[in-house]
Ligand binder design. Structure first.
Ligand code: SF4
Length: 703
């Protein structure tokens, strides 16, 4: 609802997967004040520095205001007709797999839903993937292998009702700050609560933890195989749980058995005493949360790492209970919503699988669509490979900047150049990817859009528009449905607003579900636009059993596998695919800064946020600095076979010798030469397709 007088609008922060509620005072069409929503269950009024300064990043400077065709302003009708005609022509000549969509965890669930419906049910290809592939696809595959469904079992409140939190590959203090604040508060209330940080780097989170385990990069799966072995040898198993609710324990344990304390400590590069402290804490506390994020997911064996963690929770029965469970945290505000509507090339809507004939039939029947994609499409890196090869001839990129965020920038640029037809819809007028666009389509931004997002604890919240869009910007769902109609798909895309799209999504989750899938929004079907507008944050499933939503799933020991039991997965720990060598002796790690978001196209607009880290820096150990004769602030060249980047030296023993840390954010506007993903080859997990962004062998030189 647009506002002319003074009113308070409740919406969600778009800067991470915590999904905090924000209250915004709007006066005469301007957002004038912002605070955390006191009653929102994600944050209870708290905000981090990015959320606090949200309005400073929300001005119109640099916005894309009108459609642009080959550099010339165009009308919406002409732009949509041109995109539709070109996509149709390529499909007719080369088949549906010659076109693709590449979306984003910034899209709202309703945007995602219609994009997936158009591509999978009407165009007939599954070539729709998103930047969520770079963020949490390993977690999705890990959950699906273990539980039979992509299911996050825990809630944020579990972080306050536990005795032990393992932060694994997560610098939550910077990446999910409000959750870290909740952990800190819980610790002050309950001094028994211990936090262990498992991370090669001594991050801000590790500084505040009770114990830091600086394991060797990529050794997490061995650490958890070692824990499984330790549980078995030290009365740490919940045998009744294993017997009643799981499959394949014996085979899994057999593979973990060689991971003795001595071998695991040596492999992980930490002392046996430190490892024993962790393992004893896991056994000694009834309630344990394993909180994991990109350090686990962004790996060539990320899915195995997720399952190595889940195995330990299943073996000890520490799952589906208050304060216990494996808890993956997403990076983006709506990566979870995308998962729910099939926003990856391997998924169908409502948590159904594209390679399951029954699911395909069910979705097509519900949609009454002319076709349904018959097999998984290209994942993110494959998609750009196929563009470079000339197999994908048209791509529509929505709300993301892959030229900066994907690995192997040289290949991405080659792909965008080789692709015959590149359409980019975005709220900003220029970024590294828009430079390659044939057609630019102006999309609304966070403060103008209406829809829903799902945060890391399965909580659906409303994002509410509070300001009038500038220029001719349209919502993504509007652009997509106009394109669908222009392609000749008159039925199936006639929505009057996001409320109708949400209702269709909710009905699809319930359609012939019969309790076979946990994602069930039957309790949210049939909402009027007014009820949808008033929707309060709620955790799915929302159905007859849980009319008010469900905080914790899997408490009944019922899983979504063939026999209803959880699967132990046999894990053989694998090292990062590329090893350091004499030529490339440093291991490069990447991650986020506290005050920046993704490729800085929005957070880079606020001076107060750029103050925290003014220049691109590479952190190296003082011992390495000494041997290279480097002092703080020196310009350094980092290089390998994939590319070269230049950053200033920052000396800190927070990183171990022969390791480096760099932030991911720098784009062409701020420091093109510091864009770091050009140094990561497109090496991905074979199951999830998620790239290995945490380890790349590089050479370091003083310029
Ligand atoms: Fe926004 Fe995340 Fe900060 Fe919450 S923790 S205010 S969602 S950036």
């Amino acid at each position: 609802k647009l506002s002319s007088d003074s009113q308070c609008v409740q919406t969600s922060c778009p800067y991470c997967g915590v999904g905090c509620g924000v209250d915004i005072k709007v006066e005469q069409g301007q957002a004038v004040k912002l605070s955390g929503t006191p009653e929102h269950p994600a944050n209870f009024g708290r905000l981090c520095v990015k959320g606090t300064n949200l309005l400073a990043t929300n001005h119109h400077q640099g916005r894309l205001l009108h459609p642009v065709i080959h550099g010339e302003r165009a009308s919406w009708d002409l732009a949509i007709d041109t995109v539709a005609a070109r996509f149709s022509e390529i499909i007719k000549k080369h088949g549906p797999d010659a076109v693709a969509f590449y979306g984003s965890g910034q899209l709202l669930t309703e945007d995602y839903y219609v994009a997936n419906k158009l591509m999978k049910g009407y165009i007939g290809s599954a070539n729709i993937d998103t930047n969520s592939r770079l963020c949490m696809s390993s977690a999705v595959s890990g959950y699906k292998r273990a539980f039979g469904e992509d299911l996050v079992p825990c809630s944020y409140q579990d972080l306050e009702n536990t005795d032990l939190i393992l932060l694994i590959g997560s610098n939550a203090a910077w990446t999910h700050p409000v959750l870290f604040q909740r952990m800190e508060k819980a610790k002050s209330v309950n001094p028994r609560l211990q936090i262990f940080a498992i991370d090669p780097r001594r991050t801000a989170s590790a500084e505040l933890a009770d114990c830091h385990l600086p394991i060797k990069p990529g050794s997490d799966a061995a650490l958890f195989n070692g824990l499984l072995c330790f549980l078995a040898d030290n009365q740490g198993l919940d045998q009744a749980y294993v017997d009643n609710f799981t499959n394949n324990f014996a085979a899994c344990l057999e593979l973990a058995k060689p991971w003795t304390l001595t071998r695991t400590a040596a492999y992980c590069g930490i002392s046996e005493a430190l490892l024993t402290r962790l393992y004893r804490a896991f056994i000694g506390n009834k309630r344990v949360i394993s909180f994991y994020s990109m350090g686990i997911n962004q790996s060539s064996s990320g899915v195995d790492k997720c399952n190595a963690i889940i195995n330990c929770h299943l073996a000890s029965g520490k799952i589906g209970k208050a304060g216990s469970g494996p808890f993956s945290i997403t990076g983006q505000p709506n990566a979870m919503g995308g998962r729910e509507v099939g926003g990856l090339s391997s998924l169908l809507a409502a948590h159904m699988d594209i390679d399951n004939a029954k699911h395909r039939d069910l979705v097509q029947t519900f949609w009454q669509s002319p076709t349904i994609a018959g097999s998984p499409g290209y994942s993110a890196t494959e998609l750009f490979d196929k563009m470079a090869e000339g197999k994908v001839k048209a791509v529509w990129i929505m709300a993301t900047n892959p030229a900066v965020s994907l690995p192997d920038r040289a290949k991405v640029e080659q792909a965008l150049t080789a692709c015959d037809f590149v359409v980019v819809s975005d709220c900003v007028a220029g970024n590294d990817t828009l430079a390659f666009a044939d057609i630019k389509l102006p999309a609304t931004a966070w403060s103008e859009k209406n829809g829903t997002v799902t945060n890391s604890e399965r909580r659906i919240s409303r994002q509410r528009g509070l300001l009038k869009p500038p220029g001719e910007a349209l919502d993504d769902w509007q652009i997509i449905t106009r394109m669908a109609k222009a392609m000749g798909f008159k039925q199936g895309f006639d929505y009057r607003g996001p409320a109708e799209i949400f209702d269709e999504h909710a009905r699809l989750t319930a359609f012939n579900n019969n309790g076979e899938r946990a994602l069930d929004l039957s309790g949210l079907t049939g909402l009027t636009p007014q009820e949808y507008d008033r929707l309060k944050p709620v955790q799915w499933p929302v159905n007859a059993q849980y009319p008010q939503g469900c905080a914790r799933v899997l408490s009944d020991g019922k899983f979504f596998t063939g026999n209803g039991k959880a699967n132990f997965i046999e894990i053989v720990p694998a090292a990062p695919e590329l090893a350091c060598s004499e030529e490339y002796p440093f291991s490069l790690n990447s991650g986020r800064l506290r005050d920046q978001w993704h490729t800085m196209t929005r957070t880079g607009k606020a001076n107060i946020l750029t103050e925290h880290t003014k220049a691109p820096e590479v952190t190296l150990n003082p011992q390495d600095a000494k041997s290279l004769d480097v002092t703080e602030g020196d310009l350094l060249k980092i290089s390998n076979n994939s590319g070269t980047a230049y950053l200033q030296a920052k000396l800190s023993d927070a990183v171990a010798a022969k390791q480096l840390f760099v932030p991911i954010h720098w784009n062409r506007e701020f420091a093109s030469s510091a864009n770091i993903n050009r140094l990561f080859a497109a090496i991905v997990d074979p199951i999830s397709g998620q790239p290995e962004f945490k380890q790349a062998p590089v050479r370091l030189e003083k310029v």
